[in-house]
Ligand binder design. Structure first.
Ligand code: ADP
Length: 271
């Protein structure tokens, strides 16, 4: 296997003999590379907005009286870059908190329909500039056990991605339904689709297909990595299906014992 990394060592065995040790360090080497890549990525992502801010700051004192429009542009640009850094740091904190926790998240029964309608309101706001048709088809009686804040960030990441990456005037369908004995969350869009080679890598930290485009939409490449960890906490996993030129479908299921069907009349009790 050309990808295997082996470490060879010769150590004394006894007075007369030496011992030849071979250790497979493939996994260790991969982890070390991932750690180095992560540090390099974080540094790069933080350096880029700082360079812009410093550029404007350097310009300001030298030209004490800048024309108002230039001043306005400088302030608005510095503000958006600092918001970008702030949201990156927040995402990193969320990711490290979620990654560090190995426990399964069966804390509380989460009212997923209510959660999705809250995200719906935010999605409509985000959609104002994009003018997609967004449909929400939500089973009102399906709840799951889990951590509400984590599920919120997973569901909203997937929905907001569909809005961000589908060209204007697209169609996006968000579904929360009972499939067999499982609760299924799915988001379908009719955007450009994703080529097969990228699909398996989308949940890697900082992985973006088109860095420049994703950056203009405010993306850091951490969203789907957060989704992956949240879902694994909830005994679920992300399934991505995509047809280039036709669109993508992101879905996940929650195990039957974790979902609960509640009669409408008793819903308030569980609320
Ligand atoms: P980002 O912060 O860049 O949005 P994510 O981890 O959420 O990062 O997504 C990783 C990449 O996956 C995005 O940069 C984008 O290229 C791609 N992607 C995610 N969702 C979609 C989608 N619905 N359609 C097309 N591409 C998508």
């Amino acid at each position: 296997n050309p990808n295997k990394v082996l470490e060879f060592r010769v150590v004394p065995y006894d007075d007369d003999n030496l011992m030849f040790l071979i250790r497979d360090v493939t996994r260790l080497t991969q982890i070390e590379k991932m750690r180095k890549d992560f540090v390099a990525n974080v540094s790069h992502e933080l350096k880029t907005p700082l360079t812009v801010i410093n550029g404007y700051l350097e310009m300001l004192p030298e030209n004490g009286d800048l024309p108002a429009p230039v001043m306005k542009k400088a302030i608005s640009e510095m503000r958006s870059q600092s918001i970008r850094m702030q949201s990156l740091i927040e995402e990193l904190l969320v990711l490290s908190r979620i990654e560090a926790s190995t426990e399964r998240a069966f804390e509380k029964m989460v009212n997923v329909p209510r959660l999705l309608w809250q995200i719906h309101a935010e999605a409509e706001a985000l959609n104002r500039e994009r003018s997609h048709k967004i449909f929400f088809d939500i089973s009102p009686i399906l709840y799951v056990y889990g951590i509400e804040s984590e599920l919120r960030s997973a569901f909203s990441n997937i929905i907001f991605n569909a809005i961000k990456y589908t060209p204007n005037h697209g169609v996006i369908e968000v579904r929360w339904s009972l499939e067999g004995e499982q609760a299924k969350f799915s988001v379908r869009d009719n955007g450009d689709g994703i080529e097969a080679e990228h699909i398996d890598r989308l949940t890697e930290r900082f992985y973006r297909i088109d860095k420049a485009r994703s950056r203009t939409t405010g993306g850091s490449g951490l969203g789907l990595s957060i989704v992956k960890h949240v879902l694994s906490h909830h005994n679920s996993r992300l399934v991505i299906k995509s047809d280039v030129g036709k669109g993508s479908n992101f879905s996940c299921r929650f195990s039957a014992e974790l979902s609960l069907l509640i009669d409408q009349k008793t819903k308030t009790l569980a609320d």
